[in-house]
Design a protein around this ligand. Structure first.
Ligand code: ATP
Ligand code: MG
Length: 255
């Protein structure tokens, strides 16, 4: 079945203070623990849309991503919370929120410290350029090492075009992606093989499947039209792959 699992939050456990959007560790009615990104956080609900679209696309391309679930939250959970900032966040987040399966014992993975391997490095550089993920720099790689594997997190800053689209500024144009700070640039190899492999996997059907996972209520307007806009973005970007040449140029400039 093509849908995200839904759970209901039963307990707010603790905030992740390092996260800019105040994600929190939450227990749910399936007794699972989830890292929850709240709809009421200042960044707004488009961050959650990007988490789903990019996370689920990446999963289908073979990357490891913690399971993404939809978390129902009763704002009354705020009552039990002593911290005022957290209280306000929970009160503003009634309804559907986004949860990532919590990976216990995981820790930040940085390719400066540990070699990720050329295949993962090259594929991840390609993926982040495709989806305009500006949040995978060597300063803040947003990768976790868990059970000896690299897991990707934090895709909310991708697809930044959705903040400014309008009939005059459509998603179907060339967007800038600066790879110079990308965590994987020093480890990546030649892009041509990866480019051929991954771009062939992203069919119109795959895009529909991924976009169908986004809850209608997070789409700001007619859901059919909005899903089409995201699809048009990907279709355009895959048909105009000058950005792959830019990645090769950035790699060449390093040596
Ligand atoms: N699934 C997970 N399992 C375990 N820890 C996680 C998971 N997801 C996130 N974390 C931890 O929570 C921190 C914040 O998560 P994330 O980067 O997604 O939030 P953010 O608010 O977007 O952060 P920022 O914008 O500051 O990078 C991560 O650096 C990581 O330490
Ligand atoms: Mg982060």
């Amino acid at each position: 079945m093509n849908s995200l699992r839904e759970v209901t939050a039963t307990r707010y456990v603790t905030p992740f203070r390092e996260g800019g959007s105040m994600p929190g560790l939450v227990e749910a009615d399936d007794l699972g623990m989830y890292v929850v990104k709240f709809r009421g956080a200042g960044q707004g609900v488009k961050v959650l849309v990007a988490e789903i679209v990019v996370g689920e696309l990446a999963r289908r391309l073979g990357f490891r991503i913690p399971e993404i679930v939809l978390v129902h939250l009763d704002p009354e959970l705020a009552r039990a919370e002593p911290d005022q900032e957290v209280q306000e966040l929970l009160r503003a987040s009634g309804g559907l929120n986004l949860g990532l399966d919590y990976l216990p014992g995981s820790f930040d993975f940085n390719p400066i410290v540990r070699d990720p391997g050329v295949e993962l490095a090259t594929k991840l550089l390609w993926l982040d350029a495709l989806v305009l993920n500006v949040d995978r720099s060597w300063r803040n790689p947003n990768m976790l090492l868990w059970h000896r594997d690299v897991w990707l997190i934090d895709h909310g800053a991708s697809l930044y075009f959705h903040y400014s689209w309008s009939p005059e500024r459509p998603a179907t144009k060339d967007f800038r992606f600066d790879p110079s700070d990308h965590a994987m640039l020093p480890n990546a190899g030649s892009l041509s093989e990866v480019d051929a492999e991954l771009s062939a996997k992203i069919t119109p059907e795959l895009l529909d499947e991924v976009l169908a996972l986004v809850p209608d209520e997070w789409l700001d307007g007619d859901p059919v039209e909005l899903r089409q806009r995201y699809k048009d973005f990907f279709t355009y970007r895959l048909a105009h792959r000058g950005w792959v040449d830019s990645l090769e140029a950035a790699r060449a400039a390093r040596v």
